[in-house]
Design a protein around this ligand. Sequence first.
Ligand code: FAD
Length: 657
Amino acid sequence: MTAAASSSPSSPNSPTPTNMLPVLIVGGGPVGLFEALLLTKLGIPVRIIEREYSVSPYSKALGLAARSLEIFRFAGVIDPFLEKGSPITNINFYSAGNYFASMPIVGTPEDTEYCYGLFLEQKATSEILRDDLAKLGVKVDYGWELLDTKVVESGSHDSTYVETTIRRALSGDNTAPGENLVIGIVDQHTEQKDKEYETEVVRSKYMVACDGGRSTVRHKLNIKFPGRTLLSKTFMWDGIAETDILIDGVTVISNPNKPAMHLFPLSHGTIRVQLEAGVMEDGEDLAETTKNLTIDQFEAMARDRVYPATFNIKETSWLTGFRVNERRAEHFVYKNHIFLAGDAAHIHSPAGGQGMNTGLQDAHNLAWKIAFTLQGLVDPELVLPTYAEREPMADRSIEVSSAILQRNQTIGYGSHYMKLAFFSLAPYVLNIFRKFNITPDVAMLKLRYVENYINRPGPSKTQPKDDHQVGIRARCGVIRAIDSTTLSTPSTTNNNKSFRLHELLVGLGRFHILVFASTALNSPTEAKQLAAHLEHYQSAWRGRWTYSGNLNDGFKDEHDLFKISVLTGPYQSTTHDTAGLEMFVAKAAGDGRVYEDIEAKVHAKFGFDGKKGSGGIVVVRPDAHVGYRVEGSQAQAWEEVDRYFSAILVGGKGARL
Ligand SMILES: Cc1cc2nc3c(=O)[nH]c(=O)nc-3n(C[C@H](O)[C@H](O)[C@H](O)COP(=O)(O)OP(=O)(O)OC[C@H]3O[C@@H](n4cnc5c(N)ncnc54)[C@H](O)[C@@H]3O)c2cc1C
């Protein structure tokens, strides 16, 4: 074994904040790649290592949830996903091989632009992210494997760092033969004793461990991974088959006396079949079972489930087996310097397609916190621990997937006929079911973080409803831009000037301040005061806090942390006195844009009445969750928002980079 020279922490070559890598990312799966891309777009230098030599050809995940599409949009990377993926909008239900019903996958259309699941294999998702990263000049260090890591503590946060030993095989690769063919089993890979390696010690300010369910980082740091491994096993096949079963959406085959079978469309005419295969036998080794499973045997099992429909395999690209683990790392934050993300932090059944999506959101939640820390804009000891707000989200994903899995595995006439009843009624009474409908959960549109250092309740006298509390995902809705030429045009949601509120939230490192002005702009006096507050605070905040890196998100000022948008309630130019609004529009305060909340629905989604009162102000965090909200849009409300920023932001100007 060859060891490359490396400096010890106590040597004269000890790293200093200026010669140290800001962030090491371990694992080039979708989560590691997304984290690398986000940090790079936030102007933070990263190194990303991956033990394999390319993106994994095995696509475990096959779909992107609405929330993942939203965050891709905020991050400016959505286009290739929409180009390559296929929106899936329905679930087909079969009783054995007999078609029974189809049910639309419902989102709440006004609340997201993406009312569907986007089917795109994990391989393609990873390749898009890898290519986007390469366009920004960052190449994945393929073939490098993390061996060990520790946090070297030296009294203060700023002088503490992460020391990581990595190696690369000088011949062959880092993987044991066949290791990747069976998925979903948690164990450590075996050391390959007969290989030669070169090793390197990397010192970094922070590390993000995205090294998958078997995470070496998690093992090395002794972070427990409690949960359970289910006794049941699943076989999974990808390939081309001739079948008369409908596969234009997710297809569920239910039998009264056999576990469920699922079919999913993949790209280029291929499909995925997942077969629940009962429980493990005493002493059974799933890797062995999978190795011995022939394509003919799998085909016979599938035919048995779909009879009297047909199923003939033509080509096979992957046949594997897995047991479901439901586990969550005890903590995602280690000494405020190492962060677990993706499968390294949580794993569960693929049912409901939550795994990769949860991981992508981990990455989004963490990136701006690390970037702001390195920019010297926040106190790391107070802001980095808030990444723990992802832990309950992982618990929620485990719960959602576990509930779906349980339904799929339940055998018996009772459960079968319940499913038949549900699927036959659902298309007709969907609105009644909407309340009980799990789709917004699966689509991850109901995420809400706990109150913490960055999610602070305002001084409201009345407790806002759950949906309007801080920590909630910033919701969406239709608005239209108003300017002096369109002020008198009648408002309509179909107007070509109308668009979704989320378009205002595009970007990565900005706070979006949404001023819900309700009727305040009807009065010229109030409109004038609001314009004055807006100008005053915007210039005060810009003077105090700027982002010294380049915020590569398409806005005119790449160093500006604050983007303020004003939304007025609905107005009718024919019946309303628009003098205040005209004055406000003409004044072009702040960014100079005013938007009409055409049906007052967006006000309502944030807990304000768009038709009376003076609305409120909402601070949307850079990852599009509500950080702060206050009632009213005049002096006192602005002072409160100012207090919020003064509490969570410090100095700035790239201090820790
Ligand atoms: C059958 C199946 C279907 C699924 N379907 C869905 C779905 O539809 N939707 C969904 O959201 N999720 C789904 N999932 C889950 C999803 O595949 C995972 O959640 C996702 O792969 C997690 O991504 P990741 O980047 O965290 O980890 P991984 O994809 O596991 O990537 C980790 C990377 O780290 C590398 N690595 C490991 N150890 C080291 C080391 N020591 N040094 C350097 N590199 C290392 C690995 O080689 C790997 O490339 C499914 C899972 C399964 C099993």
